[in-house]
Design a protein around this ligand. Sequence first.
Ligand code: KG4
Ligand code: ZN
Length: 336
Amino acid sequence: MTNIIAFESSADETSVAIVQDGHKVLSNSVATQINSHQRFGGIVPEVASRHHLEWITRVLDDALDQAQLTPADIDAVAVTYGPGLVGSLLVGLMGAKTFAMAHDLPLIGVNHLAGHIAAANFNQPIEYPALALMVSGGHTELVLMPKENQFEVLGETRDDAAGESFDKVGRLLHLDYPAGKAIDEMAQRGQPDFSFPTAMAHEDNYDFSFSGLKSAVINYVHHAEQKHEAINADDVATAFQNAVVTALLGRTKRALENYPVRSFILAGGVAANHQLRAALTDLLKQFPQTKFIPVPLAYTGDNAAMIGAAGYWNYKENRFADLTLNTEPGLDFERS
Ligand code: KG4
Ligand code: ZN
């Protein structure tokens, strides 16, 4: 048995988790700072770093308590070193290095994006080759995994990330940040008699674009304001979400047709979206050789357990870091 303690602090969640053999979560302590950022409509980097500093030791103690383990039971320390906000990443990295040094444990650097995908192992074991749709606040990527811990980006967003578009439309509709969950709920009530365009639907690639959709929603709302007409926010949410899901589905379908894979993973914060999960469940019926493995709802948002899962992949390959490990705020899949 291998127990990995994992640190995650790339954005506005401070989290420490202990994961056994890459798939069994012994503890996952998460402190969120959303309330501190809400009034600014987004994450304020300086505020985020300070919160991480205040919380990291408490979250660490909590993770050990929850798991009822002591440092002597731990085999390795995994930590997110990118992508993310540099000041935020540094706090988790320092915490992890200190723990590793104090207890003489090996250190493992983990790519946050790989972490999101590895969280699918909390649902059921990923079989390879696998395809992953990674949709979060900062990223929208279709990733082919020929083998465990190998990533080939097939397509990605050319502008806004899927989650970012939810948050921007939420701002327009005067919703709190982050707005994905609220829009998800509103979209279940709306019955629009209009629709918004799906970008690049006919282009022969796997890329995404969401800024045109965002502009269409802005135009719709402003146009109504100019004519002093009330908008139905639920209808706007439904039409917007329909367009996002259509775009994600179209690209995913093409990728599944061209790459016969054994697993299809849905990961990242937006993977919590009800309509997206339902639409993909339906789509996968056309691909009976492919298992649909959505990340369990408890692990779609940022958390350290997913870093422990991806850390275990590196552990098995003896991919360890030393204490010179630094943050890489712009890290992507190609360099993970
Ligand atoms: O993965 P994540 O927690 O953080 C990043 O690494 O970015 O993703 C956060 C994003 C936010 O944009 C949030 O609005 C979105 O995930 N989100 C959702 C839902 N829940 C969270 N988007 C759509 N539907 C949801 N239910
Ligand atoms: Zn994330």
